[in-house]
Design a protein around this ligand. Structure first.
Ligand code: GAL
Length: 679
């Protein structure tokens, strides 16, 4: 992907989205409420400073009748009401969930799972991304909405569909198979080329005609991994095409910016947002803390940094998060007092200029009735409402932060296609997962006070002192070369195990892993030797490691640590090829050290690379800096149960007090210091 083009497209957006300070907003579903409640809602929104409201997200069945006619009476009224109260509208196209009359009339739009069974209406998003019937119907609705409101002064932003691919990312129906074949023809041109790319001489899979190729439905054994990988790419592209189609309809009627809410989060991996990002005028993300994970806040921090990466470093929108619990995890934890503010500002610290929630008023019916909201079932006589008011006040005081940027001097390479390839069936160990590797390095860097930009493989790496490549299993030749060039130009490099193993078709590069960076790292990995869950191995430094070992041969590097026991006994576990003639050091880590051991590795690497660190960062204490041309803002976010004492000088925008030298951030609190000096 040409990232220069990405920037050009983004800056050429006809009307940029400009938040009002740090926007405070929410999804609002007035169709669930009586008009009398609308007025109370809008009065309350004004009271707490809500500046942006997303509506018509699930409006289709209210707007359109089976005869195709539209009734905009309620939507007109809501928009006027918000407008009259100075609240800007983020207007949904409403196409996310087809109404029952449409799926009844056209059951062929329903998605099919990988076992060939249909997924039925009654929930949401019951549509196949490749269905031409659905596409036509959705575009007709988008067109009607855009035509009616395209120049309405209340509208500030367009919101295409909702979380495209949240439930329907992969459809295995015959229509999808036909679209997949078209996509493959465009990619490979000939059947011979496809056979080569997919390695179909393995297991007698050679194709003689396009018609023989289907979606990778469930098989008796495991499936062809290259086919599965291409199906993932195709599926992401199909939904991106849907986004583009709706966007282009909107653009015929409106100059306003268009976005859609991404799901940069741990449990959604089907959409390659590097490919989507250039298609929207501003990046927006939905993020929910995931208590199924060992470190939910670590995941939040990474997701926010990645979202900033998608925005090319520019400010982005937090389009949805929760005031408290969600309803879709096995155990839906309430937020602790103070946590909503802290979590909100963690996103702001990492570049968000909007803090929006799902949703305004908690539903009384439907699947999400036990999902938190700004106005809970209890109403405004509640602790939660007091916190909501406080959040509104604090966001009001943070207005001057809007537009400032985070600038890291560490680049961490992240890729959705590498995620798909890493976590595929038949990998060396099913306990080894891509995100775990990414999070492990991100955590160590964060706790060391480094500021990390998450970037796409192939993105320009100029200006970064350190490049970190955790578990980038699949890497394209051209993207590998960008890393080589950056190291030759002086950047330091840390690569962790299972990186650089396969090319873009999931074909292994032979001659010793990771062939693509073997010379750069000065090593050769001869054999993988993963560990059983719960097993550990010692390193000669005394560090304990788990999950993975491998038989590494040091070819042209210093060995900094070795396996002491285990299946790779005596082999290098950590190596460094010293830079010479202006190039940077290239480190390779062949295992997963425990947290303390990884901290030591990262500390050495950061020191060698001369990376600036923000003082005070520690486990559970994040320190991040946003800066504009003349101002710096230091965010200190204390997720721990003890007070944190950090060096800081300036004015705290959260409490309105001056700070000179040392700041005590109470347990669970957050502070935003406007710094006295730019640096
Ligand atoms: C998002 C979605 C919202 C709501 C929310 C609940 O996936 O966009 O409509 O369902 O999750 O957490």
């Amino acid at each position: 992907m040409d990232l220069a083009l990405v920037d050009a497209q983004r800056t050429s957006a006809r009307t940029p989205y400009v938040p009002r300070g740090i926007d405070f907003g929410c999804d609002y579903n007035p169709e669930q409420w009586d008009p009398a409640v609308w007025r109370e809602d809008v009065a309350l929104m004004r009271q707490i400073g809500v500046s942006l409201v997303a509506i018509n997200i699930f409006g289709w069945s209210d707007l359109q009748a089976p005869d195709g006619s539209f009734d905009f009476t309620n939507l007109d009224e809501i928009i006027e009401l918000l407008h009259a109260n100075g609240i800007r509208v983020n207007l949904g196209t409403g196409t996310s969930s087809p109404p029952p009359w449409l799926t009844t009339r056209h059951p062929e739009i329903l998605p099919v799972a990988d076992d060939g069974t249909y997924r039925y209406p009654g929930g949401r998003q019951a549509w196949c991304p490749s269905s031409p019937i659905f596409r036509r119907a959705a575009l007709a609705l988008a067109e009607a909405v855009a035509e009616r409101y395209g120049r309405h002064p209340a509208i500030a932003l367009w919101h295409v569909s909702n979380e495209l691919g949240c439930h329907n990312a992969h459809c295995y129906c015959d229509e999808s198979a036909a679209a997949f074949r078209r996509w493959l023809r465009a990619r490979y041109g000939t059947i011979a080329e496809l056979n080569r790319a997919w390695g179909t001489s393995f297991w007698s899979q050679r194709y003689t005609d396009w018609a023989e190729i289907g979606t990778p439905r469930r098989t008796l054994s495991t499936r062809n991994p290259s086919q599965v990988l291409d199906f993932s790419r195709f599926s992401s592209d199909e939904l991106r095409d849907h986004l583009i189609a709706e966007r282009d309809v909107i653009r015929r009627h409106s100059d306003l910016p268009v976005t859609t809410n991404f799901m940069v989060t741990a449990h959604i991996r089907e959409l390659d947002y590097w490919q989507w990002a250039p298609e929207v005028d501003i990046i927006a993300n939905d993020h929910y803390l995931d208590h199924r994970l060992a470190d939910p806040h670590g995941e939040l921090a990474f997701a926010a940094d990645l979202t900033r990466g998608l925005a090319g470093g520019a400010p982005w929108m937090l389009m949805e998060h929760a005031t408290g619990s969600v309803n879709w995890q096995p155990h839906n934890l309430a937020k602790l007092p103070g946590q909503m503010l802290r979590d909100s500002l963690e996103h702001v610290a990492r570049g968000a200029d909007s803090v929006c929630f799902f949703q305004w008023r908690a539903s009384l019916q439907g699947s999400e009735k036990f999902h938190s909201a700004l106005v809970s079932h209890t109403g405004t006589r509640s602790r939660l409402w007091a916190e909501v008011q406080e959040l509104g006040d604090v966001l009001g005081r943070l207005g001057e932060v809007a537009g400032s940027r985070v600038a890291g001097d560490v680049a961490l390479l992240f890729s959705w296609e590498a995620w798909w390839a890493f976590d595929a069936e038949n990998r060396p160990s099913s306990s080894v997962a891509y995100l775990d590797q990414v999070w492990a390095t991100h955590r160590a860097l964060r706790e060391a006070g480094a500021t990390v930009d998450v970037v796409a493989p192939g993105a320009p790496l100029d200006g970064y002192r350190l490049i970190v490549v955790p578990g980038l299993h699949l890497v394209r030749d051209a993207h590998a070369a960008v890393v080589d060039d950056a190291v030759r130009a002086g950047a330091h490099l840390l690569v962790t195990f299972y990186s650089g193993i396969v090319d873009e078709n999931d074909r292994v590069r032979p001659g010793g892993y990771p062939a693509v960076w073997r010379d750069l790292l000065g090593i050769r990995v001869e054999e993988f030797a993963p560990l059983l869950p719960g097993d550990a191995v010692s390193l000669t430094s005394g560090t304990s490691a788990s999950l993975w070992t491998e038989r590494v041969v040091a070819v042209d590097c210093d060995v900094r640590d070795r396996f002491d026991g285990g299946p790779a006994d005596g082999a290098p576990a950590l190596t460094r090829r010293s830079g010479s003639g202006g190039s940077g050091d290239a480190w390779y880590l062949a295992t997963l050290p425990d947290a303390h051991g990884l901290d030591r590795v990262v500390d050495d690497v950061l020191r060698g690379a001369g990376v600036e660190r923000l003082a005070g960062a520690a486990p559970g204490v994040d320190v991040i800096r946003r800066a504009s041309e003349d101002r710096g803002y230091r965010f200190i976010i204390n997720h721990t149960a003890s007070d944190a004492v950090v060096p800081a000088r300036g004015h705290d925008l959260v409490t309105g007090t001056d700070v000179s030298g040392e700041l005590r951030v109470p347990a669970g609190a957050v502070r935003v210091i406007r710094e006295d000096a730019v640096r």
